[in-house]
Design a protein around this ligand. Structure first.
Ligand code: GRF
Length: 202
């Protein structure tokens, strides 16, 4: 089914979703990769993968977040999207867009929610002395990083971790978790947990 990806930067999670969707057995077809940042490396990556891309720059809209979102929504509908995956989309959403996609918009967040919503999650996890950290895929609701959890993967925090080493360990899990959760979300087929990858799905 048609899935759109929204990103703002690097696009490594988008890459993981795109690669998963190249498998004919995967239930998603990526119908659009959209960015608010026209210079996002993730847009170039998607273009190189031969996918439809679109930049909807937020800057011309100034403080009018909803007007920007209406332009984004138009592009999503035009592309025929039925599900939206946020993958490093660094814009706070207004209730306009979250309501348009209620129950059909997923996000990946680099912490075990509800711990460490918001930014700088790895620094904050280290600061707090947590021993277990990870990532979460959740449904997007009005509150930032607050919607129901669809899946999580956990990693250990090691003695000599820096924010960068911890981020890299989490990111590797993100790339596995997001396609697995999207597959489950679209088909209801529950994947079996593997290895250190603790998957908790619906
Ligand atoms: C990821 O850590 C994701 O969890 C967070 O933003 C980062 C995006 O990275 N929401 P990328 O653009 O997918 O490489």
């Amino acid at each position: 089914s048609p899935v759109a990806i929204l990103l703002s930067g690097r696009g490594s999670n988008a890459t993981a979703l795109i690669q998963a969707a190249q498998n004919p057995d995967f239930p998603a077809r990526i119908c659009l990769v959209l960015s608010n940042n026209p210079d996002a490396p993730g847009l170039d990556m998607a273009r190189a993968a031969g996918l439809p891309t679109k930049a909807v720059d937020h800057r011309p809209f100034g403080r009018d977040r909803e007007a920007h979102e209406r332009a984004v929504q138009e592009a999503l509908l035009e592309a025929g999207a039925e599900t939206v995956c946020l993958a490093g989309y660094m814009r706070l959403l207004t209730p306009y867009l979250t309501n348009c996609w209620a129950g059909r918009m997923l996000n990946i967040h680099p912490s075990l929610l509800p711990s460490f919503a918001g930014l700088h999650t790895h620094e904050r996890a280290l600061q707090a002395g947590t021993r277990i950290h990870g990532c979460t895929v959740h449904l997007v609701t009005e509150g930032m990083d607050e919607g129901p959890v669809l899946g999580q993967a956990a990693v250990p925090v090691l003695e000599d971790d820096t924010a960068d080493t911890l981020a890299a360990r989490v990111l590797e899990q993100e790339h596995t978790l997001y396609p697995r959760v999207l597959r489950h979300f679209l088909t209801g087929a529950r994947p079996a947990p593997t290895g250190a990858h603790a998957l908790v799905v619906g």
